[in-house]
Write a protein that binds this ligand. Structure first.
Ligand SMILES: Nc1ncnc2c1ncn2[C@@H]1O[C@@H]2COP(=O)(O)O[C@H]2[C@H]1O
Ligand SMILES: Nc1ncnc2c1ncn2[C@@H]1O[C@@H]2COP(=O)(O)O[C@H]2[C@H]1O
Length: 469
């Protein structure tokens, strides 16, 4: 059933892309499309290896000399023996230098002089070339250069010192097949006789939980039955101030939702984040079957709800995983989000949902109250209002709908679809919380704000900031 849903979702997404891009070579387009998806999934897996290697262990002991680099759209390896072109081991077309599914070699694009000698057939599994040198600016948990001694609150020993501990030596060793299968195919678990745990909660605990879960994006996506299963499986855990709830490098056991209190996160000893009531943490190690990416410390006395690894993977992973994959690639290219770390982008991806509009549909209407913020995934829109008439057109990677949310004002313009438009929307609650540093960029770009000398000279139009157009 779930597998069927997965296939349907994949094909629907492909169909959307085909309609919006209208490629001239449909087979090449589909091949590129699925190659890009595969590459993205495999990047996730290889980033696990990257983190583990930095901590001194090799998740794939039979694979030596693997050189992993993170660049823009994914991870490219100098040698990537376990992940080859889906066209087979002896694929004559795999030695090319084409990273862009929509670039040279893609439908309609001109053949360049540097392109694959094999000509017609391209894929995205380049195993012998470097990708463009575009570095990620994320806090990299495995980057030893970010270690600044301990910046935990006044401590270098005790629970905080553990933040730099190594991954348990046997963790994930010799598990290449199961790691990749588990990380890449959450659906694999569905067939055995697993039963979710039940923790006999009191009715007041249940009531507290429903309230807490209502504001958690991961749970908002679940259907009624799955929500019930999760509620039954959650167990309460309390941590007194300064307790290390999760240690960077450890194996993942639980996913946590904060009921009360504040949790701080440290990567290689430096504080990177803080979360409060209703937020969740500890999902990365469970999703990617990787070592814990950060140390989580109770900044106050904390009450959490803990969900065991298996239940998390069975119930929550599938939707979350697919959603992240779907949006992460897109969000990476949205200029206004460049200041977000990859963790922040993942959180944002969890909270987005897709809406589709046809030519002439008004996505937001001048004067109405604003509830959502939008990114354009594909298609184009026109912005107009009574005062100025047509203001501008927006296309892929542009955003709109921020003014009403930033200023608590009615919509300042109507945004209408000019063709088949796919948008990713973010509700009011997630807007402030998940856009983090990007909110400041949105504020400084507000076209209705009085213009100072600096911002007047800085930009042409606020929404014309998509990176790749
Ligand atoms: N900047 C960050 N990088 C990595 N993990 C973070 C960060 N901020 C918060 N976390 C959370 O810290 C958790 C540590 O365990 P996990 O790696 O399972 O999942 C991680 C995230 O949920
Ligand atoms: N010059 C402009 N005036 C008003 N809205 C604009 C302008 N340019 C782009 N927009 C977008 O149109 C959106 C309409 O809804 P909001 O007012 O919430 O947010 C607005 C902006 O995102």
């Amino acid at each position: 059933m779930a597998q069927q849903q997965f296939i349907t979702d994949e094909l629907n997404q492909l169909q959307k892309d085909i309609i919006s891009k209208n490629p001239s070579d449909i087979l090449q387009f589909c091949a590129n499309y699925f190659n890009t998806k595969l590459q993205s999934q495999r990047s996730q897996l290889w980033s696990q290896q990257h983190k583990a290697k930095a901590a001194g262990i090799n998740l794939f002991p039979d694979v030596e000399n693997v050189n992993i680099n993170s660049f823009g759209s994914g991870v490219v390896l100098d040698r990537q023996p376990s992940f080859k072109s889906p066209f087979g081991d002896n694929d004559p077309h795999s030695n090319h230098n084409d990273d862009d599914p929509h670039g040279p070699g893609a439908a309609g694009a001109p053949e360049s002089s540097t392109s694959n000698k094999a000509g017609l057939f391209k894929n995205n599994f380049d195993v012998s070339h470097q990708a463009p040198q575009k570095h990620d600016h994320d806090v990299d948990p495995s980057d030893s250069t970010t270690t600044s001694g301990s910046s935990f609150p006044g401590k270098s020993t005790g629970p905080f010192a553990k933040g730099l501990s190594k991954i348990p030596i046997a963790f994930n060793a010799n598990r290449r097949t199961s790691v990749s299968a588990e990380a890449l195919n959450p659906d694999k678990f569905k067939s055995d006789s697993w039963k979710p745990p039940t923790n006999n909660l009191t009715s007041s605990q249940r009531a507290d939980l429903s309230k807490t879960l209502a504001s958690n994006f991961l749970f908002q996506q679940l259907d009624g039955t799955s929500k019930k299963t999760v509620i039954e499986a959650l167990s309460p855990k309390t941590f007194s101030k300064d307790t290390e709830i999760i240690t960077q490098g450890d194996e993942g056991d639980y996913f946590y939702i904060i009921e009360k209190g504040t949790v701080d996160f440290y990567v290689n000893g430096s504080k990177v984040n803080s979360s409060n009531e209703g937020s969740s943490f500890g999902e990365l190690a469970l999703m990617y079957n990787s070592p814990r990416a950060a140390t989580a410390v109770a900044a106050t006395d904390v009450t959490c709800w803990a969900l065991d690894r298996l239940t998390f993977r069975r119930i929550l992973l599938e939707g979350t995983f697919n959603r992240r994959l779907m949006y992460e690639d897109f969000l990476k290219d949205v200029e206004v989000l460049k200041s977000l770390s990859s963790h922040e982008r993942s959180k944002l991806a969890d909270a987005l949902s897709t809406e589709i509009y046809e030519k002439g549909d008004k996505i937001v209407t001048e004067g109405e109250q604003g509830e959502n913020f939008y990114f354009i995934e594909s298609g184009s829109c026109q912005v107009y209002n009574n005062q100025s008439g047509v203001i501008k057109q927006l296309t892929k990677g542009d955003y709109f709908g921020e003014i009403a949310l930033l200023n608590d004002k009615p919509r300042q313009a109507t945004v209408e679809a000019l063709d088949h438009v796919i948008v990713a929307t973010l509700g009011k609650a997630g807007f402030q919380r998940l856009l983090g540093p990007a909110v400041e960029v949105l504020k400084s770009n507000d076209p209705t704000a009085p213009r100072t000398h600096e911002n007047a000279s800085a930009s042409q139009h606020p929404t014309s900031v998509a990176a790749s157009k």
